[in-house]
Design a protein around this ligand. Structure first.
Ligand code: ADP
Length: 398
């Protein structure tokens, strides 16, 4: 019999959900509650190729989860096979190095990390509470974006600031996209069992973008830091800059430090440089039509991604695989090509035809037959990873 898992990714103004079916690993229904807490909130359901959108009168998280329950009550075949609920949680701090069955202690742990992710963690707790009330008795599991990076060594995760900042406040690198990196590392282990004893660098390139180095199946370094602003240039995020820039921007523009950080989070990156869009596809269209700022933004993105991949590779014993994933990593042959061109001194070369003609949404190898470093495109699936963790933890608990 199939076991279904309801996967919930609850943000402050949105709630994404999916019912995943295992072991066939398919999405039965998925959707998003949008503009929660703002005017015009809706919830959509994508089922059997059709999308239905319902207006929410109240627009609360409670109403969104209630609508999901009402929808499932109409489709008891899907509902009755649900064995648990898996929640994506952005920040698990130093408390969580793996996924956890949710109880009051786990909720307290998520609360304790909320100062590092003030927009996300409180929203996750809201989603967990609503699901507990509306799906009484179903076990729930929290899956943390930070957990996979808890294997980083002290010398990699500490910032070179007074130790008391770490001792007193836990200021350190945490890293994100961990659920995606764990999925990729497990996928690669299936495709190439040797990879569990080898060195891998992964570029997860989407609206948010980061890199990760993995040796013997464990994360050894990653580009994001205490928050997801660090590291690569992203859709609207600057990535790493000289930290004193925050103070310079704040004085020059007469804004607070928090507003300066907001500028680095929301108005920078591909959007800030191109002054056109944060979306890679839109920028590629503009660049191919001759827009120089779009080309500059894309080339800066590629150069920074390559530099960071080289940097995280310094924590590996050997470099055997490079994996591209995420919306940009999986789909942009232009950026993959540019990034690999900048990594030629690491012996990374790709076959241009394979790169240009890689099938969408599928696994491919784009390096040459006898390449030292195998270059892969591997579609990530964080929802599936959350569903698999949920099932495995529920089974362990019984
Ligand atoms: P998120 O971080 O929000 O999960 P995604 O992983 O979905 O983001 O990636 C979104 C990015 O992927 C966008 O910049 C989008 O333009 C880019 N993208 C998606 N498809 C293509 C494509 N065919 N060519 C180039 N970029 C693409």
């Amino acid at each position: 019999m199939n076991n279904n898992v309801l996967v919930i990714n609850c943000g402050s103004s949105s709630l994404k959900f999916a019912v995943m079916s295992t072991p066939d690993n398919t999405v039965l229904v998925e959707g998003i509650g949008d503009r929660l807490g703002i005017d015009g909130s809706t919830i959509s359901f994508k089922f059997e190729g059709k999308k239905e959108t319902i207006s929410l009168s109240e627009g609360s998280h409670h109403e969104a989860v209630t609508e999901i329950k009402n929808w499932l009550d109409q489709r008891v075949d899907i509902r009755d096979a649900i064995v648990g609920i898996g929640h994506r949680v952005v920040h698990g701090g130093e408390t969580f190095s793996s996924s956890a069955v949710i109880d009051e202690d786990v909720i307290k742990g998520i609360e304790d990390c909320a100062h590092f992710a003030p927009l996300h963690n409180p929203a996750h707790i809201k989603g967990i509470r609503e699901a507990q009330n509306l799906f009484t008795g179903l076990p729930q599991v929290a899956v943390f974006d930070t957990a996979f990076h808890q294997t980083l060594e002290l010398d990699q995760y500490l910032y070179a600031i007074p130790m008391e900042m770490y001792r007193n406040h836990h200021f350190r690198k945490y890293g994100f996209h961990g659920t995606s990196y764990r999925f990729i590392s497990q996928e690669l282990a299936q495709l190439e069992p040797e990879s569990t004893k080898q060195g891998i660098i992964v570029a997860h390139l989407g609206n948010g973008a980061s890199t990760c180095a993995i040796q013997n199946g464990k994360a050894t370094d990653t580009s994001m830091g205490m928050t997801p602003l660090d590291g690569l240039m992203m859709g609207t995020r600057s990535g790493s800059v000289d930290p004193s820039l925050v103070s310079f921007i704040s004085h020059a523009e007469n804004i607070s430090g928090d507003d300066a950080i907001n500028l680095l989070n929301k108005k920078s990156g591909l959007l800030g440089i191109s002054e056109i869009s944060s979306d890679c596809r839109t920028l590629e269209d503009a660049a191919f039509a001759g827009d120089e700022r779009a080309t500059l933004a894309l080339d800066m993105f590629a150069s920074r991604a390559a530099k960071n991949l080289a940097s995280v590779a310094t924590t590996l014993d050997s470099l055997d695989h490079l994996v591209f994933t995420g919306g940009i990593g999986e789909n942009s042959n232009y950026l993959r090509g540019k990034i690999c061109e900048s990594l030629r001194t690491l012996n990374i070369t790709i076959d241009a035809d394979k790169n240009d003609n890689a099938p969408r949404g599928d696994v491919s190898v784009i390096s040459e037959e006898d390449a030292n470093v195998k270059v892969w495109i591997l579609p990530t699936n964080e929802e599936l990873m959350i569903a698999m963790d949920t099932i495995s933890l529920i089974q362990q608990a019984h």
